[in-house]
Design a binder for this molecule. Structure first.
Ligand code: AHG
Ligand code: MN
Ligand code: MN
Length: 339
């Protein structure tokens, strides 16, 4: 079976700047993921559950595992030498790696080190999400925030790790999507899901329906459509919602479906963060033949203004996202450009 490292080296010629640096960067992320996986797997035994006592920049309480995962990815990238700066959900400002080697690194990374924190204590799947950009500033100089404020269309690579019933790393460099399953007995990610494609249509919709009364009319109408009785088109659909974006998206990628986290009148930009949640998942969705939108426009074309910027998010099977967008346009056109 092919290992992640073998696969990365073999496909290296696909990269526009094939010098091996991006391969090393992806490999560094894989190593940090293994360490996080080790802690996640024995979370109940190792006193790593619960709150860290700190609150992150977005006012969310950090869990111990959020902090641990953040530290692992930061140190893997700091000492890997390919990455010159990082934006993390858990850090207010970007982290600039200003040592002799990293300063020459060509890439910047945006990361959600631990996605689905509310599921840690209850043994439900969680994840890591990351996106990689080529820096704009000159290698050799200190990186700047501008390096991270690039639209998703500039992503060089993106991926996620799902710590689930098995642990998987799924990534794209813009040439399709490949999934690797972690074999703990040998400590390797092995290619298990080559060339992943999302079904063009599906019958799963994933949304936190408890927020229904706050949803824009376009989302309400779309949910009604999902619930209508129409055997010929496979409706009513079915609901699946884990509360970990990575896990919800991963299931829908394999089975076909749509994930929605809409904006509301109070929070027009919704909850999910553009740089390290929406964009990387959007890149993977598109590379797998699916679609990602903020309800009106392509996620990857949004030019970010802040590193922790949020966006409404509609992602999954193309025909389902098309239908949801149609409903948004018809019933919630006033939501356009509200975030
Ligand atoms: P995080 O744990 O990184 O803060 O992300 C949680 C996100 C996302 O993973 C999930 O889909 C969503 O929040 C769930 O939000 P609700 O609990 O509001 O449904
Ligand atoms: Mn998250
Ligand atoms: Mn997180």
């Amino acid at each position: 079976m092919k290992t992640l490292i073998q696969f990365i080296s073999e496909t290296q010629h696909d990269f526009p700047y094939a010098t091996g640096e991006l391969s090393r960067l992806l490999n560094d992320i894989g190593i940090a993921a293994k360490i996080v996986n080790r802690e996640v797997n024995k979370a109940g035994l190792s006193h790593i559950m619960g709150l860290s006592g700190q609150v992150n920049v977005q006012g969310e309480e950090q869990k111990k595992l959020d902090v641990f995962a953040n530290e692992q990815f930061i140190s893997a990238l700091r000492y890997g030498g390919q990455c010159c700066a990082l934006a993390s959900e858990e850090n207010d400002e970007i982290i600039i790696f200003d040592n002799e080697i990293s300063r020459r690194g060509k890439y910047v990374v945006a990361i959600d080190p631990l996605d689905g924190s509310s599921n840690i204590e209850v043994n439900v799947s969680i994840g890591t999400v990351f996106s990689i950009y080529r820096r704009i500033s000159k290698p050799g100089e200190a990186a700047t925030e501008e390096d991270l404020l690039q639209p998703g269309t500039s992503m060089i690579a993106a991926g996620y790790v799902i710590y689930g019933s098995s642990t998987m790393l799924v990534y794209t460099t813009g040439y399709g999507v490949n999934g690797f399953t972690y074999d703990p007995s040998v400590g390797l990610f092995l290619l298990s899901h080559p060339n992943m494609k999302i079904p063009a249509a599906g019958n799963i919709y994933s949304i936190n329906e408890a927020n229904y009364i706050y949803f824009p009319e376009g989302v309400k109408q779309y949910l009604q459509y999902c619930q209508e009785d129409d055997k010929a088109s496979g409706r009513p659909y079915t609901t699946r919602y884990i509360g970990s974006l990575v896990a919800d998206f991963h299931r829908n990628l394999i089975r076909g479906g749509i994930y929605i986290y809409p904006g509301t009148a109070k929070n027009p930009a919704g909850k999910l963060r553009l740089l390290y949640e929406c964009n990387p998942i959007a890149f993977i969705a598109e590379q797998a033949g699916g679609k990602a939108s903020d309800g009106f426009r392509r996620i990857m074309e949004i030019k970010p203004e802040h590193i922790h910027q949020r966006s409404p998010f509609f992602v999954g099977s193309t025909s389902m996202v098309d239908k949801a967008e149609e409903s948004m346009l018809t019933y919630s056109g006033d939501f356009r450009n509200k975030h």
